[in-house]
Ligand binder design. Structure first.
Ligand SMILES: Nc1nc2c(ncn2[C@@H]2O[C@H](COP(=O)(O)OP(=O)(O)OP(=O)(O)O)[C@@H](O)[C@H]2O)c(=O)[nH]1
Ligand SMILES: [Mg+2]
Length: 241
């Protein structure tokens, strides 16, 4: 066995059994709680350390029956050898396991993972209902990055949710507007209506009073700048004006 493999085994053994002896009575209780909840969730993410994809296995899941609901997330991908991650993905594929490499500290990675998870849930539930609330369980041995991943998913997920709400609010307000945007007064009325409607979408507290409008405007501008509102060109060609 290659020296690195022996080292990985030893690290894995330390993490799972030896060392601090993390598998105590409270862990047995946690394992029972997990087993009870497993049938209730849409997806199970088994978080592993991408540098020790085998040794960081959560053994209780080894015989998990429905493999299509279980995803092995190789976290800390940024710390692992790139070409080996590809090989590990191939390995898991051969084992009929779905795997995914991620760096929990990287926003783009998390966005891609979220989209991947949404697609999986839609496929499994055969639903296109965007309001469907999926239940996802994160499992893993200590220190593989469960908290880091959960926090990042929460952060990016809720931002996506807000963006979706903002786009819908903008559209609904302009659709129900009965004025003429070429007329200055009407346009001001529309802007006022948009900013008021957007307060809720941006979750800006009403108590802020006047300041609330500025906050909403700044947040809206920020979304536009980063392209998250959609593909809008604001300048008109000169010969059209
Ligand atoms: N470089 C890098 N570090 C990460 C990543 N994910 C987590 N970490 C770091 O790994 C350490 C452990 O992460 P946690 O999120 O606390 O791990 P955990 O699985 O919740 O650990 P326990 O709650 O103790 O079981 C922290 O120092 C994180 O900052 C990652 O993708 N890349
Ligand atoms: Mg944690």
């Amino acid at each position: 066995m290659a020296a690195t493999a022996i080292l990985a085994r030893q690290i894995g053994a330390l993490a799972t059994k030896g060392g601090g002896g993390w598998y105590g009575p409270h862990m047995a209780a946690a394992s029972r709680a997990i087993a009870e909840r497993l049938p209730l969730v849409d997806l199970v993410l088994e978080i592993r350390d991408a540098r020790i994809p085998l040794s960081s296995e959560y053994e209780q899941l080894r015989n998990y029956p429905s493999s299509s609901r279980r995803i092995i997330v190789m976290n800390k991908m940024d710390l692992a050898n790139r070409s080996q991650i590809k090989e590990w993905k191939r390995y898991f594929e051969q084992q009929n396991c779905i795997s995914y490499g991620v760096n929990s500290h990287n926003k783009e990675n998390i966005k891609e993972l979220l989209n991947f998870l949404l697609a999986r849930v839609r496929e499994l539930k055969r639903t296109n209902d965007f309001n469907y609330t999926a239940v996802i369980m994160l499992i893993g041995i200590p220190n593989v990055g469960k908290s880091a991943l959960a926090n990042s998913l929460h952060q990016i997920g809720s931002t996506n949710f807000i963006v979706h709400d903002v786009r819908r609010t903008l559209f609904e307000t302009i659709s129900s507007f009965d004025g003429n945007v070429q007329v200055g007064e009407d346009l001001s009325r529309l802007i006022e209506a948009e900013l008021t409607a957007l307060r809720e979408a941006f979750q800006v507290p009403v108590e802020l009073g006047e300041e609330a409008q500025n906050k909403v405007a700044a947040k809206l501008l920020n979304l536009y700048r980063t392209g998250r509102l959609g593909h809008y060109t604001l300048d008109s060609l000169p010969w059209h004006t």
